[in-house]
Design a binder for this molecule. Structure first.
Ligand SMILES: NC(=O)c1ccc[n+]([C@@H]2O[C@H](COP(=O)([O-])OP(=O)(O)OC[C@H]3O[C@@H](n4cnc5c(N)ncnc54)[C@H](O)[C@@H]3O)[C@@H](O)[C@H]2O)c1
Length: 334
């Protein structure tokens, strides 16, 4: 696929992942428009980029119509979303994603958009398959099947959007695909995600060093550059509504991540486990076999390397005053 002069819309383009994706698409020669209400996206992420920025609320049908007009490819990332502390406590807000997604897809189709790529999530997988930490589970795409069992209303909304895009392809012939992102981290990620919360605590030399849960939870933290390359590969190679995992197969325990952060930033700190805090599923790791097969994609950044890069970015981009300001709210907000 030739991206040169392709007219691309990135919804939520000012977000952590959206801004990295926008940068890469511009690099490839695409003409990028972003649409964002800056509810969690940041103007500073995109202000120096060579792209059109339209500010507005995609829950407003008129704005959806305006932003999809004249577009060939839509990357739909806008969502009411945060870390575990946010999505557990804000089910109503997350449920609005069903309206937002349906509206973006409808107006994209009405305006003749050729392709829609959707930012889905590991939250579409059955939560009951992710609770036993003694098992080496790798979630593979065909585990998302009736009877569905998504994770919170946030996960159900992602699942509804995936199914909607499959229907758009089957019934209307439009090219669609969904990327299931797994616990993404990297520069510009916010403290409501576990890795960044830990980096903030380390940087601020907080002692005791608080960790949510008993630390045994397993995740496959995936570096943002890999997510961007996988998303673009999906746009280039998938047309039939297929959903594909984008995640590493590295299995990292929360306590091991905490120890790496402590070793780097504050070796004297002692860990305090907060077992009453929400943790989400205990054992969430993707299989990336389908991504290898269909996209010829696999992550390039090992967690140890990505973590150090992210720590360095955090130190370089924030003063301790900025990092500590409102930290308690940032851990559970968006
Ligand atoms: N970060 C992760 O680990 C992760 C994992 C799985 C999926 N995702 C998905 O990736 C996408 C990007 O997430 P992120 O973590 O980069 O940051 P994010 O959740 O902050 O991104 C959402 C973006 O959408 C914008 N937005 C929200 N509601 C809007 C509305 N009504 N109108 C216009 N814009 C609106 C926000 O301002 C923000 O820029 C989201 O769809 C998210 O669900 C992220």
């Amino acid at each position: 696929m030739n991206w040169k002069n392709n007219k691309v819309l990135v919804t939520g383009g000012a977000s952590f992942i959206g801004s990295h994706l926008t940068e890469q698409l511009i690099e490839l020669g695409a003409k990028v428009r972003i649409a964002d209400n800056f509810s969690s996206g940041e103007k500073s992420h995109v202000k120096s980029l060579d792209c059109e920025i339209l500010e507005g609320d995609l829950l407003n049908p008129g704005f959806c119509n305006q932003v999809t007009d004249g577009i060939e490819t839509v990357f739909h990332l806008a969502a009411d979303h945060g870390g575990r502390g946010y999505i557990d406590a804000h089910q109503v807000e997350c449920s609005t994603n069903m309206i937002l997604d349906g509206q973006v897809f409808r107006h994209a189709h009405q305006n003749g958009v050729e392709k829609i790529i959707f930012a889905s999530s590991g939250c579409v997988y059955p939560t009951s398959a992710q609770m036993d930490i003694s098992k080496e589970v790798f979630l593979h795409e065909d585990m998302v099947t009736p009877p569905y069992e998504a994770d919170d209303l946030y996960g159900w909304a992602k699942l509804m959007a995936e199914l909607t895009l499959k229907a758009y392809h089957q019934q209307l012939g439009i090219s669609t695909a969904s990327c299931r992102y797994f616990t993404v981290y990297g520069p510009r990620c916010t403290e409501n995600h576990a890795v960044m919360a830990m980096i903030a605590r380390g940087y601020l030399k907080l002692d005791p060093f608080e960790v949510w849960g008993n630390g045994e939870q397993i995740r496959n933290w995936t570096y943002v550059d890999d997510i961007v390359s996988g998303t673009i590969a999906t746009a280039e190679k998938i047309h039939d509504g297929t959903s594909i995992n984008l995640g590493t197969m590295e299995r990292i325990k929360v306590k091991d991540c905490a120890n790496q952060v402590i070793d780097t930033l504050n070796p004297r700190a002692t860990v305090k486990l907060l077992t009453d805090k929400p943790t989400g599923p205990l054992n969430r790791v993707a299989s990336n076999a389908l991504a290898k097969e269909l996209l010829d994609w696999e992550p390039k950044t090992f967690f140890q390397v990505g973590l150090q890069k992210t720590i360095q970015w955090y130190i370089d981009s924030k003063t301790t005053e900025q990092a500590s300001a409102d930290l308690t709210r940032k851990l559970v907000g968006r």
